[in-house]
Design a protein around this ligand. Structure first.
Ligand code: DC
Length: 429
């Protein structure tokens, strides 16, 4: 399921720091809309045109393309193909961005780009008008504020840390000026959406703010889980508990990277596959209900088939590209279930990591959900009390997987990225 989080608020409220941290935790894409206005502000400044002159700025728009790219999960801003991520962070360009953002044509110019990113990915989008204009139907809306003095102090420290020569009083004056501009302009002024949650972050640490927004998102997602009947969740919890007992008795199971265990449903867990009980090893730690792709042959023995279906397993034929099983996978994800999948499609006999089939990337891109890699390692031959390490890795967002086009090449590349993340978790000690 695609989740859109709108994070609005005045300049320097710490939105980008918070949005980045949250996106990382949840495997969502962070979209910094301010950077898009800054890129336009930079273009206009370079052209030597006054940034508040609508008549002169509007004709320039047809020469401008703004794109966001993600390199190792970090957003880069491209202005006509040039990476301007650093140039747009000066006080001069901040003011230019504020000026151009008051021009309605500039806002319309960026609107479709912002909406299209949100349609394709689970995102945290920060800006001024995200909850009110760009994504009025966002799943979660937060309006973040802090006193002007606190915001000026944060900006000052940030710029000093970057080695810029700045003065606190100038920054405070700029912030007051930008607040005034941003909230008094006619076009999409800075305003809290009626249904947004207001969060005053004065005196709060970054972690405190991230935690409190994460709770809001969790609450919203839990509302979706209502579609999974309570008796199912209850039965699943019991099965999970009972199933874990023999494994804890027989093996010495260690879990690592537990901070990366998904805290929501509707995500994909992808692991390496060596034993028939890999799905159980993963499920022991993940409390949200998962569905599973299981090879069709297992369903030929009816009692086993019934058992697998009881834990939301569904058949997939390994030899062909099994469209119906991909459709089932999507149905489960859209209903709030996770999907646990072993992208290699078959068990590895020698512990080596194989190549991914296209299924995992296809489902991730169709549903726009993150993929959580899991590495399961143990020394060859398993015996009584063998140590098995199950390591959870940081999620890969659909944007990081670059699978928006769904071409064969993209899907293959995404599959390879997933497998290499899994491999890092397996061999990492
Ligand atoms: O968030 P920021 O400081 O990078 O934003 C730069 C300017 O862009 C800010 O003064 C207001 C404007 N802006 C806007 O009008 N609407 C947005 N969605 C984001 C930014």
């Amino acid at each position: 399921m695609i989740i859109n989080v709108a994070l609005d608020g005045p300049s320097g409220a710490g939105k980008s720091t918070i949005a980045k941290a949250l996106a990382r935790r949840l495997g969502y894409v962070y979209v910094d809309t301010g950077a898009m206005y800054r890129a336009i502000g930079l273009y206009v400044t370079r052209a030597g045109v006054p940034t508040d002159s609508k008549e002169e700025v509007v004709p320039l728009l047809e020469n401008i393309t703004v794109e966001l790219e993600y390199v190792d999960g970090v957003q880069r801003v491209l202005l006509n193909g040039e990476d301007v991520s650093d140039q747009i962070r000066t006080p001069e360009i901040s003011m230019a961005a504020s000026n151009v953002s008051a021009i309605p044509e500039v806002r319309t110019f960026l609107l479709e780009l912002q909406r299209s990113i949100a349609r394709k990915n689970s995102i945290i989008m920060d800006g001024r008008d995200i909850g009110t204009v760009i994504l009025p139907n966002a799943d979660v809306k937060v309006f973040m504020t802090a006193s002007p003095e606190e915001r000026a102090k944060r900006r000052y420290e940030e710029l000093i840390a970057k080695g810029q020569d700045v003065n606190y009083d100038d920054i405070l004056r700029d912030i007051n000026q930008r607040d005034y501009n941003d909230s008094h302009r006619a076009a999409a002024p800075l305003k809290k959406a009626d249904d947004a949650y207001e969060l005053d972050t004065t005196g709060m640490s970054i972690d405190e703010v991230v935690d409190s927004i994460e709770k809001l998102i969790d609450k919203r997602l839990r509302a979706d889980f209502k579609v999974i009947p309570a008796w199912r969740r209850f039965t699943y919890g019991i099965i999970r508990f009972i199933a874990s007992i023999p494994f804890y008795l027989i093996f010495n199971i260690k879990y690592e990277g537990t901070e990366n265990i998904p805290k929501t449903g509707s995500v994909i867990l992808a692991g390496n596959h060596q034993t028939w009980f890999d799905p159980i090893l993963i499920a022991i730690k993940v409390k949200y209900i998962s569905s599973y792709m299981a090879k069709a042959e297992l369903f030929k023995f009816p009692p086993l088939g019934l058992l697998i279906r009881m834990v939301h397993g569904f058949p997939t034929r390994r030899s062909s590209n099994d469209v119906s099983s991909l459709t089932r996978a999507e149905e489960f994800i859209r209903k709030g279930y996770n999907l646990t999948i072993f992208p290699e499609g078959t068990r590895s006999k020698d512990g080596k990591i194989g190549r991914a089939k296209s299924g995992v990337a296809l489902v991730a891109s169709r549903c726009g959900v993150p993929v959580y890699p899991v590495g399961i390692s143990f020394k060859r031959k398993l015996h009584f009390r063998s140590t098995i390490t199950v390591r959870f890795g940081e999620p890969l967002s659909p944007e990081e997987l670059k699978i928006s086009s769904m071409s064969k090449t993209d899907l293959r590349a995404a599959g390879e990225r997933i497998m290499s993340r899994i491999a890092e978790l397996v061999h990492n000690g």
